[in-house]
Unconditional design. Sequence first.
Lengths: 295, 453
Amino acid sequence: MRVTFNTAYGGIEYVNIAAGQMARARQQVQSGKRLEKASDDPAAMQRTIEGRAEMRGIDTYARTADSAMARLTTLDTVVSAVVDKLQQATVAAVSVRGTIATQPTRDAAALTLEGVRDALVADLNTSIRGAYVFGGTQATTVPYARVSGRWTYQGNNTPVSVAVGTGRSVEIALDGQALAQGSDTTNVLNELETLIVAVRAGDNTGIGDGITALGRAFSRATRTQTQIGVDEQSIFEGQLQLTASRLAVLTRVSKDEDADLAGAIAEMNRADVAYRAALGAVGTASRTSLLDYLR
Amino acid sequence: MSGLFSSLSMAARSLEAQRAGLDVAGQNIANLNTPGYSRRRLDLAEVVNGTGGVEVLGTRAMRDRVLDTRVRTAIPDAAREGAIGNALALVETAIGTPGQGIDGYLSAFFDAFSALSVDPTSTVARDGVILQGRQLASALNATATRLADSMQLADNGVRDAVSQVNRLTDQIATLNDAIAASNGVDVDALKDRQRTAIEALSGLTAVSVLSRADGGVDVTIPSGRALVIGGSQYDVTLGSGPDGLATLSLGGATITSEIMNGTIGGLLHTRDTLIPGYQTRLDELAYGVAQEVNTLHQGGFDLNGAAGTAFFTPSAAVAGAAAAFAVAAPIQGNPSLVAASQTGAPGNNQVALAIAALRAQPVLAGGTMSVTDAWAQLAYHVGSDADSARAEQGSLNDVLRQVERLRDQVSGVSLDEEAASMMKFQRAYEANAKFFTVADEMLQTLMRTVGGV
């Protein structure tokens, strides 16, 4: 084999290759990322894009779940207040049932019932950031208003649901009519109006009917409260699942996307040695030649 | 046997021959770093006409035609892959890293609809939807522009390479003329230049080379169309296609599709096949997103209870959908026109939920691919094409280096050999000079003897 001048003094391409490898390893160590561009690992790039989108989806569910939980907390508070008020009304009505109660006592009970009625109207017309939460999807119309002297429901019976996980949704705006009226012929506000009249008049039959109606309303409210609690529990369980899912996806994405720092540092050292060796090989190649002996 | 005068003549010729040997060594050393230089060797022979001594037959460039051909055929493939890899490096910047490219904007857009589903009457949430829609549109427009720019850069590269082809073929034709005119005398330097020019040409496009009897070469592209015939050169001319991109013609025929290798072949492949493929995928993604969102949006009702209109400006065709992608002007100016409701009730969020759910639904490619999958596939194809081009270039360069090394063993200059050669000719020159001196002294002795009679 003839060793020519180009052979002896060539090899700069190997210096470039080693320098490129070292630069790549150093970049991974500095950025902590294995994927800087699509060609670094096309299949990993594809998986990472899909994984990151999956994580964004999970994060969105988590954010929605947080918002829904806040809403449900408000609903829970309001419905609990409704339950309390219905109890208060029942107590007031029971206290004047029979023949013992005097007119002033009945008037006082009627005033209490009027207060309860007004408070219930306020509860059922609760809004969050301008959207009524007991009007179904009629979020911009006040749910209960007096129309022609009667409390009338102006919402609809379509609850508003949001997705808080894959195949998991919760209701964040309720059908107020289902709470206030259910299968009764009229809503609890009108029942209270009738009860107030009966209390003032000492109409024990009317008071009895009113108390029974309040009892049914109480049952509906506690059922609603239970449903809210179930939804809150569902969100809580969903959040645990979301956290676990996100961690699993993150781990998968990280394997593709993040640099194996120990490996990258070892590779950087290896590339550095290769670079120095290539430089040394080029620098010392044929340092002496026959010409040196002819001087 | 010849006389002393003859010996003197023989010594003089020999001195001349050794000096020529030193010249050749000097020439080789002088051209150590000259690209394309083939080492020269002095051909000496014993004089056969009875006077004896040595004569210089000539110098010879050490070449191996087979290895020259191997080098010339290895260059275009490596150059093609290098051109593709370099061109796609620009395209890769348009893809970005995971979460930072179109995929991130798609996620943000669907996130905004999720937020709207929680609060369908919120103006802030509606503004968020429009803002994210505009950002998605801006990202799609920018990516389409970057792909178009990459295509234009590849086209500019083709135009530059064609002018280099014409310069090189002109040079080869001129060298052909010079080689033919020299009648075979002292043509090695011209042939070295000829070889260098042909190899440079091979880097731009694969060529076939046929040797001529006069020492010149005829050069054609692989389809057989002539670039150089003897002293005649044929320009590759540039035209303009319907899309404004360069078309190549030679001898009146369009050869754009005939050039498959070399830098031009790689750039044409990138310009005409790879980038249009990416553009189609991007357009299909943009068209699909606009279609799906618009269909759902138009099936809903806005905050005022009116029927929904197109959220994105509808594109008439898939081609160009990414570049034209935009949030419809009426919606940009009025957030209440965002249709979140399925029934017209302002609190209904069914349309917002349905649009948010598009994120993971297989709505593209005949219901087989989600929008994120479509983007991930586009990124995969760009990365895979760039990666395979670079890997291919690496292995082809290895092959090229090996063949070049083999050729260098024949044609390359060895400093040690030239040093030994210098010493050899120097010693031979000294010995011949000594012989000349001895012959001269003998002649002087003879002359003195004759003079003394």
